[in-house]
Design a protein around this ligand. Structure first.
Ligand SMILES: *Cc1c(COP(=O)(O)O)cnc(C)c1O
Length: 382
């Protein structure tokens, strides 16, 4: 299988050189816009590209307000803060995620709690969440969701749209409402992914997107907080810009804010990338169809978008028939210059999260041992 696949991927990307998992492409106005920032000297935290980039994301996702940040982790940190997460709180998320999801809440003094993912979406499973809460939580006299054994508050649920595949949002929202827990979507990987026709990141109380170099589009480093209302957006901007109260010369800050503003230089790159986003998304869909056809009838299963969703297919993924086959597959393909990689090690295996509370993680463990990501950069299928 690996030899056949290496040839197939080399044909698609029309090269025998190293093929990365996901590489950025700058074929539009990137240079021109960056040059504009240099000529204007507005390269830093003030400038017209930041406003423009935020407006482009608002138009594309349909969110009420988008606030640009220095990276996706900072966007997630801000989203959690805005959702009311504070030191000592519990935050439920997936063990099957990139470490940034957990780090963002950990550095606020909150604790991650791990619940299993669904085989349909690879993201947080609504049934597993409900079962976990039934077993571990009560609604206390203040109406908050409290842990039965420690008395700590479950403040937020953070589903992550793994590889761009939207989680089962309707069902998750029902559970969050029932238990009075805020929903914060880690939409870092899902720009261009829609749940029942609505963009991911527009369901949560607050959500985060990433524009890191390996994502669908990039600003070098960058992120965006999606807010449900204009008022939330104004508050979020305030918090990410050192909470300075606007004044012609006086320095007054009304809370301990963050310096998380996206520089104009990076926003310029973002504006140019937004102009080609739809083209890249189309190419990525075509690529995923090619892969699906390729693996059809084999004992490798290509991961398709859930039937209720339109995925951006950020990273294409396959499920190997066994852990042994997977080891060999990863080794052989990488040796032949085609980058493939295993899914992240589950969060509770990392030293800082090994004592985290968790529910049953059977599906996460099953996926961890079998899943492989394969090259996914946008490409014109010849
Ligand atoms: C990329 C990513 C982030 C963080 O984004 P950065 O911009 O790299 O800080 C967070 N969560 C997930 C799931 C990601 O894939």
């Amino acid at each position: 299988m690996h030899n056949k696949l290496v040839k197939f991927i080399q044909d698609i990307y029309q090269t025998k050189e190293f093929i990365p998992l996901h590489a950025p492409i700058f074929s539009g106005n990137e240079k021109a816009y960056i040059n504009n920032t240099l000529e204007s000297t507005f390269v830093s935290s003030v400038g017209e590209y930041v406003d423009k980039f935020e407006q482009q994301i608002e138009a594309f996702t349909g969110t009420a307000k988008a606030i640009a940040t220095v990276n996706g982790t900072a966007a997630l940190h801000t989203a959690l803060y805005m959702a009311g997460v504070r030191s000592g709180d519990l935050v439920i998320t997936q063990a099957l995620t990139f470490v940034a999801t957990c780090n963002a809440l950990y550095h606020m003094g909150a604790e991650p709690v791990f619940v299993d993912v669904s085989k349909v979406s690879l993201g947080l499973c609504p049934k597993a969440l409900e079962i976990y809460l039934e077993d571990n939580a009560i609604i206390n006299n203040a109406g908050l969701c409290e842990d039965k054994s420690t008395g700590k508050i479950y403040r937020a649920v953070v589903p992550m749209h793994t590889f761009g595949h939207p989680v089962e949002l309707d069902e998750l929202i029902v559970v969050c409402k029932k238990w009075n827990i805020k929903l914060v979507e880690d939409a870092a990987e899902s720009l261009g992914s829609f749940y029942k026709g609505k963009h991911t990141g527009t369901f949560g109380d607050f959500s985060a997107i990433s524009f890191n170099g390996n994502k669908v589009i990039t600003t070098g480093g960058g992120g965006m907080v999606l807010c449900k209302s204009i008022e939330d957006g104004i508050r979020t901007k305030h918090v990410t810009t050192t909470a300075k109260v606007s004044h012609p010369y006086d320095f007054f800050h009304d809370e301990a804010g963050f310096n998380y503003r996206l520089p104009n230089l990076n926003a310029a790159l973002g504006c140019a990338q937004m102009e080609v986003l739809s083209k890249y998304l189309k190419q990525k869909r075509e690529l995923s169809q090619e892969y699906n056809n390729f693996f059809d009838g084999s004992d490798f299963k290509f991961v398709l978008e859930p039937e209720y969703a339109q995925s951006n297919y950020w990273l294409n993924a396959i499920i190997c028939p066994s852990a042994e086959v997977r080891e060999k597959f990863i080794k052989e393909t990488n040796m032949q210059g085609v980058m493939t990689r295993p899914i992240w090690q589950l969060m509770h295996r990392l030293p800082m999260y090994k004592n985290a509370k968790r529910g049953d993680l059977a599906t996460s463990i099953w996926l961890e041992s079998r899943l492989v990501n394969i090259p996914s950069s946008p490409v014109i299928i010849g």
